[in-house]
Every structure is written in structure tokens, then in C-alpha cells.
Design a protein around this ligand. Structure first.
Ligand code: URA
Length: 235
């Protein structure tokens, strides 16, 4: 199967259960990206983790120390989707634990958001690409059912797409992240917002008005306001 048709299998616009759940060979799932993983395959994040730990749906499995599935509150109102694990994440088996993660935690803390309460974090790709390259379309397609299932199970009100890879794997908006960051979209029936990837902010440290870090500060405040609005008791 060509990489592009694998991507189509899960549909960039949403969940498309081509194959009914009862037709799925669960033992085959870890072995090949051609085995579909329809929605509602898993009943817990632990079950997803068990499959990711032995997944061989793409070549990234060959180089991994750990599959990196997620961290944070599994019932959080906000989920953040990043790109793929780096070296620290691969070693520890947890997403965003290196320098990018440190910055992300600071950004969240600036508006009193925390992975202990409001935030769940995962990545498009569960295994580290060699040399931290971007995951390929075929690798994204092979891994996509896992994060779709994570989002379904966590059931957040808001999904943040950190960087271009997360945008590509979800809303697939062709405009660059600089154009669409800070805007609200609908994806999988949820509110979602593309934001700058923290690694990009590390490379662009200026806090000057209009620069990426300043824009991120506007975005995180808008996200905080939206969460407060969604959680306000209705009168
Ligand atoms: N960058 C990501 O996109 N994800 C991680 O987990 C770490 C760095």
C-alpha cells in the first residue's frame, strides 16, 4: 500500500471506521500498518500503551528505547499533541521531558495550567525518528490511530496542536503554522488550536511584541480564557 493511501485509511478529516471492530485481528495490530485500528479498539490508555510497547507498524520501532505514549491527567480538559519523541523522551518513555518540555511546562504554569490537572500530552509519533527528523507521512499514518484513540479516551474539550506535524496529522491545513496559530478550529468535534512548537520558541527566544514567544503568550492566555468559559457554570 502506498504511503498516501495509508494516510487516507484513517482520513485526515476524522475517524473513518473502514473496518468494523469485530473484524480486527488484535494480535496483528502491532505488526503492520496495513492492519487498521478502528475507533473504539481500546478501552484504556493502558491498553494503547501495551500495543505501542510492542508495535512494529513502521520502521521507527527498530530504533526505539521506549515507545512514548503520553503523560498528564488522563481525564484532562486540554490535550496537547506534539510531534515525536526526542532523545530524552525515548530514554525516559515520557513525552516532553527535555528542554522543549521544560519550556512547555513554564508556558502552561504562566496561566496556572498543569499536567497534574488540566493537561494531557501525547505525540503524533510514538517512537523517536532517527536524528530527530520529522516523521514521514507513512510513519504518521501508521501511528495516527493511537493518538486518535488517546484523544477519544481522554475526551478533552480543547486540543492544542503543537507545531506543523501535529497540524498535518489532524486538521491538515496547508497554511503555515505562523498563519494559523492562535485560531480556533474544529477537529473530531472538538475545539482545537494550532500553537507554536516549544522547540521553535527555543530557537526564537525574543519576547518582543509580535515575535513567536510574545504570540505564544497571547495564545496561552486565549486558551486559558476559553477553558474558563467552557467550565463556567451555566446560569
Ligand atoms: N518534541 C515533541 O514534539 N514531542 C516530545 O515529546 C518532545 C519533543
Amino acid at each position: 500500500m502506498a504511503p498516501d493511501s495509508q494516510l487516507d485509511l484513517f482520513g485526515s478529516a476524522g475517524i473513518d471506521p473502514v473496518v468494523p471492530a469485530e473484524a480486527v485481528d488484535f494480535d496483528a495490530i502491532p505488526l503492520s500498518a496495513s492492519v487498521p485500528i478502528p475507533p473504539e479498539t481500546y478501552d484504556s490508555i493502558a491498553a494503547i500503551t501495551a500495543h505501542c510497547d510492542r508495535c512494529q507498524r513502521c520502521g521507527l520501532s527498530e530504533g526505539r528505547t521506549h515507545a512514548v505514549v503520553g503523560r498528564g491527567n488522563p481525564s484532562a480538559p486540554i490535550a496537547i499533541i506534539g510531534e515525536a519523541p526526542g532523545q530524552n523522551e525515548d530514554e525516559q518513555g515520557l513525552p516532553f521531558v527535555g528542554r522543549s518540555g521544560e519550556l512547555l511546562e513554564k508556558i502552561l504554569a504562566s496561566v496556572n495550567l498543569s499536567t497534574d490537572r488540566e493537561i494531557y500530552i501525547c505525540n503524533v509519533a510514538k517512537c523517536r525518528p532517527p536524528g530527530n527528523r520529522n516523521p514521514t507521512p507513512a510513519e504518521i499514518a501508521a501511528c495516527k490511530p493511537f493518538f486518535l484513540e488517546q484523544i477519544r479516551l481522554v475526551d478533552p474539550q480543547i486540543v492544542l496542536l503543537a507545531g506543523a506535524t501535529a497540524v498535518k496529522a489532524t486538521i491538515a491545513d496547508k497554511r503555515g503554522i505562523t498563519k494559523i496559530r492562535g485560531q480556533w478550529f474544529e477537529w473530531e468535534g472538538r475545539l482545537c488550536m494550532p500553537i507554536f512548537h516549544p522547540a521553535y520558541l527555543l530557537r526564537n527566544p525574543s519576547r518582543e511584541k509580535g515575535k513567536p514567544k510574545w504570540l505564544m503568550w497571547q495564545d496561552i492566555q486565549a486558551i486559558r480564557r476559553k477553558l474558563d468559559e467552557l467550565q463556567a457554570p451555566s446560569v
